[in-house]
Design a protein around this ligand. Sequence first.
Ligand SMILES: NC(=O)C1=CN([C@@H]2O[C@H](COP(=O)(O)OP(=O)(O)OC[C@H]3O[C@@H](n4cnc5c(N)ncnc54)[C@H](OP(=O)(O)O)[C@@H]3O)[C@@H](O)[C@H]2O)C=CC1
Ligand SMILES: N[C@@H](CC=O)C(=O)O
Length: 438
Amino acid sequence: MTKNIGIGLLGLGTVGTGVAQIINSPEGRHPLTSRVELKRIALRDSKKIRALSIPNKLITEDAWEVVEDPDVEIVVEVIGGLEPARSLILKAIKSGKSVVTANKAVIARHGEEIAEAAISSGVYVLIEAAVGGGIPIIEPLKQSLGGNIIQKVTGIVNGTTNYILTRMAKEGADYEAVLKEAQSLGYAESDPMADVEGLDAADKISILSNLAFGGPIKRASVPTKGISTLQNRDVDYANQLGYEVKLLAIAERLASNLENNSSLPLAVRVEPTLLPTGHPLAEVNGVNNAILVEGDPIGEVMFYGPGAGAGPTASAVVADILNIAGIKLMGGEKTSLDPLLSASSWRECHLAKPKEILQKNYVRLIAKDAPGVIGQIGKIFGSHNVSIQSIVQFDASEEDAEIVVITHKVFKGLLTDSLSEIQQLPEIKQIAAHLSCL
Ligand SMILES: NC(=O)C1=CN([C@@H]2O[C@H](COP(=O)(O)OP(=O)(O)OC[C@H]3O[C@@H](n4cnc5c(N)ncnc54)[C@H](OP(=O)(O)O)[C@@H]3O)[C@@H](O)[C@H]2O)C=CC1
Ligand SMILES: N[C@@H](CC=O)C(=O)O
């Protein structure tokens, strides 16, 4: 019998612990599970090992020992952050080891460099856990949907913020308290600002966009707005008007026919968005994520499930480990011959200018409660060709009114121009909120 495949685990926190638990309990699982073996595990502080029976000799506080260990054939990177994660991954690849990572931050920024290194070393880098936690979405985009022209990917891809928004909307829970809870459940990033400011979702949509449309975009240029400034009253007004508010990550192609070799324009963004009640993503609650993919000829297909936490994320990491182990046990790696598994880019893509993007909008204005204000607002929108779906007045106080406008789809530039003009009206005190709508 051939020897088992040696695994080097970088990180033994929420995800690393989940991975170790699965590998150490192969009974009842796929037979390949008992053919992979933890050989070395790194964490920063070895006193922090959780309730796991792991022999001391496997543990090190020096992550480089893991990537350099000759018994390690697959390196699993679940330490997070950019450095030393990037350098450890590159070193592992250079040493001929395949890599499995859940680190979307590093893949969104250095994915091209890592993919190129992997191809030239003939090893795999698999990233299923980097987007959607336990939901299979990377492999479906790389393989199962390969025959489609993808039009749009719309996702709830951050479990922490969806958990917070759900608890706030359903129970009126306090933002700070629910965020702490999400941290203690292992959902949040080590710096939870990455979750609540939308950065984690922007990492994930950059990765999905690359897979869906065939080329990388500049991660730093993805327009990103999180939920930290979202106000309860907007969630409340949205609900009254028949919408749910979710942090959506969207990547959409803006051209159907392209001249050969020209760059594909994309609209990619992360922002709190109103979804009509009844939209499939409006029903996705708690830590769950969902990714709706629209393609030709498939139409719409939605991937749904737990988007964060030890078990679901470890499920995706271990699936990648077993994929690679299976190939190795069958007689070796063959990545450079296997473009679908390696997922290298094949086209140039670029982000469209914001003013070229069509979207529906929710705008909340605070105005003096004076006759004719709504008419004036409507007139200005009309003069910029911004068509209004609804305009509703809510009373904020005795003197002030809150006016909520929902527009039809309009170029962002036209909306911005009309809001600048509306802001000059003497009756308008503030443009208090501007969100997009589906
Ligand atoms: N938690 C989740 O639900 C999900 C997480 N991910 C991703 O998985 C990765 C890990 O996340 P998670 O498990 O939650 O993070 P944790 O903070 O819980 O765990 C990180 C682990 O890495 C160790 N570590 C950090 N830096 C080093 C270093 N330089 N050398 C050695 N060990 C180090 C930490 O050690 P110590 O504790 O001693 O500091 C800890 O064991 C991240 O990239 C995250 O984005 C992806 C999907 C879901
Ligand atoms: N912090 C992330 C973890 C999974 O990617 C999230 O909340 O989704």
